[in-house]
Ligand binder design. Structure first.
Ligand SMILES: CC(C)(COP(=O)(O)OP(=O)(O)OC[C@H]1O[C@@H](n2cnc3c(N)ncnc32)[C@H](O)[C@@H]1OP(=O)(O)O)[C@@H](O)C(=O)NCCC(=O)NCCS
Length: 205
């Protein structure tokens, strides 16, 4: 991680992770218009192929402003870290990386989902973002396992996870309802070799 700086003085400040070409921030209401535009530009014929059905407000600024507010609350509550990818000077959203369903106790795990702008695929932006964010999730959020699942025909997603070191763990039948049908998914995960399990041993986590 090139740089992790707090955005504000809250007790649980939202992180800002910098990589050589990107800045990754937790979604916040000011990004509502940019996120809505990301979905307007990228949904049809790109994200819709690999995503659960979207509601009628997918392209609505108000909807995304509300979702971003919820993302901030989730970050503060420690239940999810929903990142938005931009160039260092801001502007267009290039992608999203969502670490969700964070579970502590003896599991210390979360799910990962990601989406890149159609026009920005094939340039390594998602690899760059996820390398930094996986490290952040392991080092700063102190999780032990990141799980990511993909449809077998999603070869770009498969290559991305392989590059990042995720290991395939199995095939889940009829796993997610996507594009009108229950779709099989390959289950993959990355575990943290440096996880400090002392608090777990002491029964403190
Ligand atoms: C899945 C998805 C995020 C992958 O995006 P991507 O652009 O292939 O991933 P990256 O940004 O890491 O780019 C990697 C590619 O850029 C190439 N590349 C070019 N310049 C590069 C650079 N400077 N550094 C690294 N890679 C570079 C790599 O060779 C690689 O190409 P390859 O896969 O053909 O070998 C994207 O296709 C997407 O959003 N799909 C729709 C939504 C989706 O499927 N989400 C996941 C559901 S499981």
């Amino acid at each position: 991680v090139a740089g992790v700086q707090p955005l504000n003085a809250d007790a649980v400040a939202a992180p800002r992770v910098a990589t050589p070409r990107l800045v990754l921030t937790i979604a916040h209401p000011g990004l509502g218009p940019d996120i809505a535009r990301f979905f307007r530009d990228n949904w049809q014929g790109h994200l819709d192929r690999w995503s659960p059905p979207a509601g009628p407000r997918l392209f609505d600024v108000g909807y995304w402003t509300g979702r971003a507010e919820a993302a901030e609350s989730e970050w503060r509550a420690g239940t999810a870290a929903r990142f938005v990818l931009q160039r260092p000077d801001g502007g267009k959203v290039l992608g999203t990386c969502n670490y969700t369903n964070i579970v502590r106790g003896p599991f210390q795990a979360c799910y990962l989902g990601y989406q890149a702008a159609r026009a920005h695929q094939g340039q390594g932006f998602m690899t760059e973002a996820l390398e930094a964010l996986d490290a952040f999730v392991f080092r700063e959020m102190r999780l032990h396992r990141i799980m990511a699942n993909y449809m077998p025909e999603n070869t770009r997603s498969a290559r991305l996870l392989e590059r990042l070191g995720f290991l395939k763990e199995g095939l889940a039948r009829d796993y997610l309802f996507i594009d009108g049908v229950w779709r099989d998914h390959i289950l993959a995960a990355l575990t943290n070799p440096d996880f400090d399990d002392a608090p777990l041993r002491e029964g403190a986590a």
